[in-house]
Design a protein. Structure first.
Length: 338
């Protein structure tokens, strides 16, 4: 029988648990989001996030085992997010994963959070085939990677300051929108007039595949000071902000495909759920004969399914271990893993 991998994600403000079996696919997954708790503070409070992971992870493990109708003793390996992320939050997942694995005498696999996002579109049908270009737009990360296989990643370009997700969230905060800011700004943008304001497209013609969004945030701040912010103006600025971010992401993604000579683009991470970005990429790259792959919307945010899946792929490469060390990596470059 194919091996069963339990995946645990606890890098930030979502607790995700899932079971994946090679040959059968995703058996069960469950997710608890901390949005309601952190919204009172306008952003993630690390200590509260860690405490909530402690409360949620064990019940979620029981839930997915029940839904998949398997016992804990049938699990062959446990994958967990080793980094990057909040140190305390990562330690919760690492502790639970290693303690369970030690008790069961099975291996653990520490997974890079961004690798989980990068591989998550492979859970969908149809799925991309290696090699492809990946646009990772998750939280504080905006990167373009060439992906030749599991663990075979080449960095093509990345953000030099604020990431796309941070630009969404910080601009939303300037507009007085709630947490999380990105989805709120995107929703408001749908009511805006696209031609009222023109915001800069940082590094659009820089000649490389790097990004910079801090100047965009400054431009949004300037607009909020120059105009009386009624509801329509707020929507118009939101629309201009979203257009600027999407224009840059789409342009650089097309350039990455041209530079590598590849015709498949994978988009992963929370910003990958943005409707305008999906429409723009699918249209532009489709015109050039290419194809874009996205994870299911439920797997765009942090989740256990992507960790269980990445763990299963790593387990197939015999990368599990029985060392049971709680060695989390809050800062961890994706290009360093193999």
């Amino acid at each position: 029988m194919s091996l069963i991998t339990l995946g645990i994600e606890s890098s930030c403000d979502e607790t995700g648990v899932a079971l994946y079996q090679m040959g059968r696919g995703l058996l069960a997954h469950a997710l608890h989001t901390q949005i309601a708790m952190h919204s009172e503070y306008g952003g993630v409070v690390p200590e509260l996030a860690s405490r909530d992971h402690v409360q949620r992870v064990t019940p979620l493990v029981r839930q997915v085992l029940h839904e998949a109708d398997i016992s804990l003793e049938q699990v062959d390996a446990i994958a967990y997010t080793q980094g990057p992320g909040l140190g305390g939050a990562l330690l919760v997942g690492a502790s639970v994963a290693n303690a369970l694995a030690y008790a069961l005498d099975i291996p653990t696999i520490g997974i890079h959070h961004l690798e989980g996002h990068l591989l998550s579109p492979l859970l969908s049908d149809p799925a991309p085939e290696f090699p492809f270009v990946a646009l990772l737009v998750s939280g504080g990360h905006t990167q373009l990677m060439r992906v030749d296989g599991v663990g075979r990643y080449t960095l093509l370009g990345e953000t030099l300051d604020d990431a796309a997700g941070e630009a969404f969230d910080k601009s939303a905060k300037l507009l007085g929108l709630g947490y999380p800011g990105g989805p709120a700004l995107s929703s408001l943008a749908a009511q805006g007039k696209a031609d009222r304001f023109k915001l800069p497209r940082p590094m659009l013609h820089s000649g490389d595949l790097d990004f910079s969004f801090s100047g965009l945030k400054t431009a949004v701040l300037t607009l909020t000071k120059q105009h009386e912010i009624d509801e329509q103006t707020r929507a118009d600025i939101a629309c201009a902000t979203q257009d600027a971010i999407v224009d840059v992401l789409a342009y650089k993604a097309r350039a990455a495909l041209a530079q590598t000579g590849l015709d498949q683009l994978v988009v992963a991470g929370g910003v990958g759920a943005n409707r305008l970005l999906r429409e723009r990429l699918s249209r532009d790259i489709g015109k050039r004969g290419g194809k874009v792959f996205y994870p299911d919307l439920q797997f765009c945010t942090d989740n256990g399914a992507m960790i269980a899946f990445a763990g299963a792929l790593r387990l197939a490469q015999q990368q599990g271990r029985k060392e049971y060390r709680f060695d989390v990596k809050p800062r961890w470059n994706l290009a360093e893993i193999g």
